[in-house]
Ligand binder design. Sequence first.
Ligand code: UDP
Length: 330
Amino acid sequence: MSAKKRVLITGGAGFLGSHLCDRFIKEGFHVIAMDNLITGDLRNIEHLFKHPDFEFYHHDVSTFVHVPGELHYILHFASPASPIDYLKIPIQTLKVGSLGIHNLLGLARVKRARILIASTSEVYGDPLVHPQPEEYYGNVNPVGPRGVYDEAKRFQEAMTMAYHTYHNLDTRIVRIFNTYGPRMRLNDGRVLPAFIGQALRGEDLTVFGDGSQTRSFCYVDDEVDGIYRLLMSDYHLPMNIGNPDEITIMEFAQEIIKLTGTSQKIITQPLPKDDPKQRQPDITKAKAILGWEPNVSRAEGLKITYEYFKSLPREILFERDYKNFEKYIR
Ligand code: UDP
C-alpha cells in the first residue's frame, strides 16, 4: 500500500475543490475527490483522471459517506456557492451544510483524520463592522434568500467546534472571501464570470444597484495556499483567508471593460435582496499565524482568468445553466 498521506476533498470537481486537488497532488498526496456534480463539473478534474494517486467518487455527501482505507485529512468544500444556486437549490444547500458536515465529522472521527471545513465571509452577512475580523459575529437574515447558505455555514462552524470540543476532533475552519480564477462556472451568476461572459458574448455588463457595494477579490492560487497553510497549522479557530484589496462593483465592471476591450456598456439592474454593501477581510491573523498574505494582484489574476474563459469552446459561453439539478431537489 502507498505510504502517501490520503486526503478526501468533497466538492472536488468544483472551482475551489479542483484547485485543491491539484495542490495536494503536487504536494505528493493521494487525493480522493468526491462530488455529486450538481454544480461541480468533471471537466475541472479530467486532467487528473490518469494520475495514479487520484480517485473520484460520484457521491452526495448529504447521505452516508463511505471511503475505504485510511484517511489523514478531509476538506469539506461541497456546497452550492453562488446566490443563483441558493435560489434554485435552497434545500440542497442547507442539507450539504448540515447533514453533509455531520457525515464528514463522523467519518473524520472514525478515520482519526484532521478535517478542514470551508466556511465563508457570508457568516458576517451584511456586515456592520469593516473590515471584518474573525471576532465579528455578523449581521445575517436567517429567512432571506441568502439565509440557506449563510445559516448552513454558520451551523457547520458550530457543529465543527462541537466535535472539536466534545470529541477532541482535530478541526480547522476557513472563512473564504470572494475568490476568482480559472474553472469558475461561467453561468453561475457570480459577478466575475457574469461580466466576462457578457463581454465575450457581446452583451452589456449588468451592474446590480448603483454599483457602490464593495467586494475584495482573491486569486485562487493565493486562496488555496492560505487554505493549505491553515490545514497544516495547529490553529483550530475560524480564520479569514481573502485578499483585502477592496473595490466597488462599478469600478470592477470598468476594469473588465478595459481588460476585455469590449465596446458594450454598463447597464444597471435592481440590487438583489440582502446583497451585502461592503466586504473586506481583516487578515491580521492569517499574516501572524500562517505567515500568509496574497501575492497575485487583481490585474495579474484577471488576465489569467480572462485567458481561461476565452479559451473555452464557444458553446459553453451560451450554456445558460447547469444540468440535471432537478433530480436532487427533495
Ligand atoms: N453583481 C452585479 N452584477 C452581476 C452579478 C453580481 O452587479 O451580474 C454584484 C452583486 O449584486 C454583488 C457583487 O456583484 O454585489 C458580488 O456578487 P457575487 O454573486 O459574485 O457574490 P457575493 O459576494 O454577493 O456572494
